[in-house]
Design a protein around this ligand. Structure first.
Ligand code: FE
Ligand code: FE
Ligand code: ZN
Length: 277
């Protein structure tokens, strides 16, 4: 059974988000671990978590992804920003143990002129500070478009971070199809080669989730503007090939396309239909 869902707002709690997911044909979802622009922390209500677990089990919702705020930057040149990133990462990871064995995705960061090497080191330093041996959450580095001074626009940069993390068993990668396309990896016409490269550099066993998005911009544009599936430069058929790939088809696929709920329901239905053909 294909695991597919989309990014959803968690403002009404976990049980409510699972209901919303089920109502649009999703059996996974992604949510922001906290306010994406600021730092406000949501309280974990034990009753809501229990209700979520019961509902999720009943409706076949397995793996879910938490997404860290966009403002998180563990390799900022500003000490205060780095400090916020570490606090945020460690608080989020602690709270996520209420829903054990799930995934926590974050954008590795932007070095803002300090250089790639320094950025990679600072990201690894932050992870070495916040990861603990007993955690059940797997932390995912998201593949990035390489916009500005973003780290993670190449598989090699992600590998270099992982290599410097002591508890690297707790670290994996989330592949965003829009981002890798914008970074210059041709997922439309050479997906097999992109996966082989990923496997050689990072290892496919590190790949835990896919963000399934089309891109408004051409290959290698380094832009990061998501499009609905089939309304961008990658195209619907190419994205379906990604979902159908034997090495990927057991992973959770998360849509982060510009859609409301009806649009997401339609996209999920179309992908399920195309994959089952
Ligand atoms: Fe993201
Ligand atoms: Fe993404
Ligand atoms: Zn993006």
């Amino acid at each position: 059974m294909l695991t597919i869902g989309c990014h959803l707002s968690i403002s009404r709690g976990f049980r409510a988000i699972a209901e919303t997911a089920a109502s649009i044909g999703a059996n996974t979802f992604q949510f922001f671990s906290r306010n994406p622009r600021g730092g406000a922390v949501r309280r974990m209500d034990p009753d809501d978590i229990a209700a979520f677990h019961a509902y999720a089990a009943e409706h076949g919702i397995g793996t879910v992804l938490a997404h860290a705020p966009y403002t998180l930057n563990p390799c900022s040149p500003k000490p205060k920003v780095r400090e916020f990133a570490r606090t945020c990462l460690s608080e989020d990871l602690l709270r996520l143990e209420a829903t054990p064995h799930q995934l926590y995705n974050f954008h590795p960061g932007s070095h803002v002129g300090q250089g790639v090497e320094q950025g990679i080191q600072m990201i690894a330093d932050a992870l070495n500070e916040v990861l603990v041996p007993e955690q059940t959450t797997t932390v995912l580095l998201e593949t990035m478009a390489g916009k500005g001074t973003e780290i993670g626009g190449t598989f090699e940069e992600l590998r270099a971070i992982i290599d410097r993390v002591e508890l690297s068993d707790h670290v994996g990668v989330c592949l965003d199809t829009c981002h890798v396309w914008d970074a210059g990896y041709d997922v439309a016409d050479a997906f097999e080669g992109v996966l082989e490269h990923f496997d050689a550099v990072i290892g496919l066993e590190r790949l835990h989730a896919v963000h399934l998005n089309d891109s408004l911009n051409p290959l290698g544009s380094h832009k990061d503007r998501h499009a609905r599936l089939g309304e961008g430069a990658i195209g619907f058929d190419a994205l379906v090939q990604v979902v159908r790939h034997p090495m990927l088809r057991d992973l959770p696929f998360i849509l982060e396309t510009p859609n409301g709920l009806p649009g997401y329901a339609d996209e999920i239905r179309r992908v399920r239909e195309a994959v089952s053909r």
